[in-house]
Design a protein around this ligand. Structure first.
Ligand code: NAD
Length: 433
C-alpha cells in the first residue's frame, strides 16, 4: 500500500511503503528523512520525520490510500490544524462537518451509516462507557463495522463530553457545522439509583457550535394526558425518573438558550421506542448487562442467552392486557436525523423545535412477542408478572408534525423490526464482543 504525504515540514514528497510491521519510506526531495514506524494500529500508522511524530490517517475511500493529515496524536494537546484532503470525502479540512457525540452507541452508529451514505462528513466522539472497543485508542467496534458497511472512514476521538478542554480541541481542529448529540446514560432504573451521575453526564455540554440536533425521548411527556402524544402535550409533568428529567431539562435549557441568543438553533427529536438493527445484521443493539428494553430482551431469549421474558403487567386496559408502545425501526429513526439536519441548515429555521419520531401506532408486549416468533422461528418463553411501578398502559405518538415539517415518515413495520433484530442477534449472539 502506498501513502502519499503532502507538504510535511522540510520534505516535499514522501512515499511511505507498508512493509510488514514496519513502515519504510523513501524521500523524493533532497532532504534527509528518518522514519521510525514501530506501531501500526488498524489503518493508522505512526512514524517520525525529523523527530516529529506523525499520526497518519490513510483512508480506503476512493480506493486510494491517502495520507492527508499530520497530527501529533500521541500528544493530543498539541494537535495542529489539519491539511485539507482534496480528493476524498472524509471530514479532515472540510466544512459542513457533522459531529456525532455518542457515535459508538446504538442510535449513534446507525445514524452515522445514514450520514455517510448521504455523503455527510462525520466526526464521532465517544467515551466508550457503553460501547465495546478492544482498546481505548481504537474506534468502537460498532464504528469499525459502520466503516465496512459504508466503505467510508470515520474520524473518531475517545473524548468524554464532560471534558471541555478535549472537546475544544475537536472543535478547533474541525469546522463543525452541526452537532448531533446522542451521548448520554440511558438506563431509567440506574438513573433512580444514581441520579447525580445522570444529571452530570446528560445535561448539555455546549462548545462553540450553535446548531444542535438533540436526542430526546417520549419520556419528557410523563404520564400521557391524551393520546396520541403530540408535540404540544405538556412536558416535564410526571417525569417519574431522573433519566426522563435530564431529557426534559436539556430541552428547557435549549429553549432558554435559543430565546436569549437568536443565532442558536436546536431541534429536539423525541424518540418513541427505537428497535431493530441495520438490515445487513452487521450492527445492532448491544446492551451491557440485563437489557432494560423489550426487544433486546426478547432477542436474547430467542438466542438462548436468557431463559424467559418477564412481562410486567397483564391487566392494563389494552388489547391483551399488556403494555402498548410505539416501536420505531432504528433505520427510520436514523433517517429522521438526516431530515432534521436538512431542516436545521435552512437559513429560515430559527429557535427551538421538538419533533416526535414514532410510527403513530402501538403494539402490545404480546403482539411484539408473536411478531418476533414469526420472524425468528423461535418460541419465546414468557411469564406474566406484576406491573412495574411507574409504567403506563399505553403510549404512542402523533408523528404528523415531523411528516409536515421534516418530510419524514417511519416506513418499516413491526415484522421488519423483528426480522432485522433477529438477523443481528443470530449473527452476533454475544453482540460486538
Ligand atoms: N435507545 C433508546 O431506547 C432511546 C430512546 C429515547 C432516547 N434515547 C436517547 O438517544 C441517545 C442514544 O441512545 P442509545 O440507545 O444509542 O444509547 P447508547 O448507550 O447505545 O449510546 C450512547 C453512547 O454515548 C456514549 N456516552 C455516554 N456518556 C458519554 C460521555 N459523557 N461522553 C462521551 N460519550 C458518552 C456511550 O459510550 C454510548 O456509546 C441517548 O441520548 C438516549 O437517551 C434512546
Amino acid at each position: 500500500m502506498k501513502i502519499l504525504l503532502n507538504s510535511c515540514e522540510n520534505v516535499d514528497t514522501v512515499i511511505a511503503r507498508e512493509c510488514g510491521p514496519r513502515i519504510r519510506t523513501s524521500c523524493k526531495s533532497s532532504n534527509y528523512l528518518t522514519t521510525r514506524a514501530d506501531k501500526k494500529i488498524d489503518n493508522h500508522a505512526l512514524f517520525s520525520i525529523h523527530n516529529y511524530i506523525y499520526y497518519c490517517v490513510y483512508l480506503l475511500c476512493d480506493h486510494t490510500a491517502r495520507l492527508f493529515d499530520k497530527v501529533r496524536w500521541w500528544f493530543f494537546e498539541e494537535i495542529e490544524s489539519p491539511m485539507s484532503c482534496k480528493s476524498c470525502k472524509c471530514a479532515v479540512g472540510k466544512s459542513n462537518v457533522i459531529l456525532v457525540t455518542g457515535g459508538g452507541g446504538y442510535v449513534g452508529s446507525h445514524t452515522v451509516v445514514e450520514l455517510l451514505n448521504a455523503n455527510y462528513s462525520v466526526i464521532a466522539i465517544d467515551n466508550l462507557s457503553n460501547c465495546f472497543s478492544s482498546d481505548k485508542h481504537e474506534k468502537p467496534e460498532s464504528l469499525k463495522r459502520v466503516e465496512k458497511i459504508t466503505s467510508k472512514n470515520i474520524i473518531f476521538y475517545n473524548v468524554d463530553i464532560r471534558n471541555s478542554s478535549d472537546l475544544d480541541k475537536v472543535f478547533k481542529k474541525h469546522k463543525i457545522s452541526t452537532v448531533i448529540h446522542f451521548a448520554a446514560l440511558k438506563s431509567v432504573g440506574e438513573s433512580t439509583q444514581k441520579p447525580l451521575a445522570y444529571y452530570e453526564n446528560n445535561v448539555m455540554h455546549a462548545n462553540g457550535v450553535k446548531s444542535l440536533v438533540y436526542s430526546s425521548s417520549a419520556t419528557v411527556y410523563g404520564i400521557p394526558q391524551f393520546l396520541p402524544l403530540t408535540e404540544s402535550h405538556p412536558t416535564g409533568q410526571g417525569c417519574t425518573n431522573p433519566y426522563g428529567k435530564t431529557k426534559y431539562f436539556v430541552e428547557e435549557i435549549g429553549k432558554d438558550l435559543c430565546t436569549a441568543y437568536p443565532d442558536w438553533k436546536l431541534i429536539s427529536l423525541r424518540y418513541f421506542n427505537p428497535v431493530g438493527a441495520h438490515p445487513s445484521g452487521i450492527i445492532g443493539e448491544d446492551p451491557s448487562g440485563i437489557p432494560n428494553n423489550l426487544m433486546p430482551y426478547i432477542s436474547q431469549v430467542a438466542v438462548g442467552r436468557r431463559d424467559f421474558l418477564r412481562v410486567f403487567g397483564s391487566d392494563y386496559d389494552t388489547v391483551d392486557g399488556t403494555g402498548v408502545r410505539d416501536y420505531i425501526h432504528i433505520i427510520d429513526l436514523a433517517v429522521g436525523h438526516l431530515r432534521a439536519l436538512e431542516k436545521i441548515s435552512k437559513p429560515t429555521f430559527t429557535g427551538f423545535q421538538p419533533y416526535n419520531l414514532g410510527t403513530g401506532r402501538g403494539y402490545s408486549v404480546l403482539e411484539v412477542v408473536k411478531a418476533f416468533e414469526k420472524a425468528s422461528g423461535k418460541k419465546i418463553e414468557y411469564k406474566l408478572v406484576e406491573r412495574r411501578p411507574g409504567d403506563i398502559a399505553t403510549c404512542y405518538s402523533d408523528a404528523s408534525f415531523a411528516k409536515e415539517e421534516l418530510n419524514w415518515v417511519a416506513e418499516k413495520d413491526i415484522d421488519e423490526m423483528c426480522k432485522d433484530t433477529w438477523k443481528w442477534q443470530s449473527n452476533n449472539p454475544n453482540g460486538f464482543s
